[in-house]
Design a protein around this ligand. Structure first.
Ligand code: APR
Length: 240
């Protein structure tokens, strides 16, 4: 059966970035007014920053965690969640985002390759746990009771993203790779489209503007995620 993508689609990998959560009210990183306009990522999102300015780093994520509590999933999250549950084939959702809006939209599977605001871990007892709303260097670990060792379970620049082996296997097997709301400047995520192409997958980009890697995509849908994402996935459902 041919589809508007001119190929039967059975295995789909979806990659989302900050743009999918922008219309829920969460600031992206590199748009005008983005998070990295107000902060230098090297002062905030590196292991060195955590060592030298622990409370500055913890407060940055405390603030983002409280912003997240005021936000709701938007139509893009809901459309992806519906698609994951309605599509007869295999769908694998990878997000660069640390928010939980995909989960709150009902997505049955989400791989947070950069970690999650909702998880914290203790660097003394190495346990991961649900993040406290607000925590500082003086906050004792709820499990080992030592203080000065809690950190958000966020992958900092210079650290290795999560579950890359699983991601590589999924991309190797994908017929369709859909990238949504990412500027395509941070690796390894920015390399996934090239990897998918090398494995003959059709590559689709949905973004407010052409990303740095737009040339790698067979199709580009330029527009707001809440408009383009529901439109795209309902077409895939209709034709597969
Ligand atoms: N609809 C569609 N796309 C949008 C929307 C929207 N409403 N709003 C913004 N975008 C697009 C922007 O045009 C931009 O291309 O989303 C992209 C967001 O890019 P970034 O802010 O760079 O975010 P992202 O690509 O997710 O960043 C990747 O960088 O700092 C690290 O770990 C951080 O996961 C993050 C990674």
């Amino acid at each position: 059966m041919t589809t508007f993508l001119e190929k039967r689609i059975e295995r789909i990998v979806i990659l989302t970035g900050a743009g999918v959560s922008a219309e829920s009210g969460l600031t992206t990183f590199r748009d005008s007014g983005g998070l990295w306009e107000g902060y230098d990522p090297l002062d905030i999102a590196t292991p060195t920053a955590l060592e030298t300015n622990r409370d500055v780093v913890l407060d940055f994520y405390n603030l983002r965690r409280s912003d997240l509590n005021k936000c709701l999933p938007n139509r893009s999250h809901l459309a992806i969640s519906h698609f994951q549950r309605a599509f007869s084939g295999h769908v694998f959702l990878i997000t660069q985002n640390v928010d939980d809006l995909h989960e709150r939209a009902g997505s049955p599977q989400v791989l947070h390759m950069h970690g999650s605001l909702k998880v914290m871990r203790c660097e003394h007892c190495y346990k991961e746990m649900k993040a406290l709303q607000i925590f500082k260097s003086s906050t004792p670990c709820p499990l080992c009771l030592k203080s000065g060792n809690l950190r958000p379970d966020i992958v900092f620049f210079g650290e290795i993203p999560k579950q890359l082996d699983e991601i590589n296997v999924e991309i190797m097997k994908a017929d369709l790779f859909v990238s949504i709301g990412t500027s395509g400047v941070v690796y390894p995520a920015a390399g996934f489209a090239a990897q998918a192409r090398d494995n003959e997958a059709i590559c689709v980009e949905i973004n407010k503007e052409k990303s740095e890697i737009a040339n790698l995509f067979d199709y580009s849908h330029i527009g707001l995620a809440t408009v383009e994402v529901p439109k795209f996935f309902s077409k895939v459902l209709l034709e597969n």
